[in-house]
Design a protein around this ligand. Structure first.
Ligand code: GDP
Ligand code: MG
Length: 170
């Protein structure tokens, strides 16, 4: 069996929960290396889908959240991106749209894009409608998912879904 791997970018404004989300998933993660030079944390995770194994190489942005010039190597060869916003913060949803635009300017290949509304546990303070997020995700050819890094809702499902899509592309 071939060893398959895929680079996954995690983008979105500071405070939306990117690191929490990756850490929540980290029960499957066995390597964590800090790379302060490019302001991103790197994680590896193995997901098993049926009889196939896929290694996710996850890059969690840290320093570049405010659209500072992203290092091209960060984008290079990415197979998927998670653009994260906080459902209780409409500014973060606007920012997610800027991230999507910025991403498309850097990526030549087709890539799998998930628009992630995080903090679903705070649904009572919701500022971003699911229908709005869903419509935007569809418009850019992506997939909207709502999750909570806090309560763990939707996280493993989302990553599994991502892996299924990645394996399908191969
Ligand atoms: P990042 O800057 O995007 O990496 O965001 P962090 O992961 O550092 O999270 C920012 C803040 O949001 C922290 O105080 C987290 O505890 C909180 N947070 C992250 N995810 C959730 C969530 O799903 N629900 C709630 N209620 N808080 C969250
Ligand atoms: Mg972070």
């Amino acid at each position: 069996m071939k060893n398959l791997s895929a680079k996954v970018l995690v983008l979105g404004d500071q405070g939306v929960g990117k690191t929490s989300l990756v850490m929540r998933y980290s029960r499957k993660i066995f390597v964590e290396t800090s790379t302060p030079t490019i302001g991103a944390a790197y994680f590896e995770a193995i997901e098993e889908v049926g009889d196939q194994k896929l290694k996710l190489k996850i890059w969690d942005t840290a320093g570049q959240e405010r659209f500072k010039s992203m290092i091209p190597m960060y984008y290079r060869n990415s197979k998927a991106a998670l653009i994260v916003f906080d459902i209780t913060d409409s500014d973060s949803f606007v920012a997610a749209q800027k991230w999507a635009t910025e991403l498309h300017q850097h990526i030549e290949d087709k890539l799998i894009l998930f628009l992630i509304g995080n903090k679903s546990d705070l649904g009572r303070s919701r500022k971003v409608k699911q229908s709005e997020a869903n419509a935007y995700a569809e418009m850019i050819g992506g997939h909207f998912r709502e999750v909570s890094a806090y309560s763990n809702e939707g996280i493993s499902e989302m990553f599994l879904d991502l892996c299924v899509k990645l394996l399908h592309e191969k």
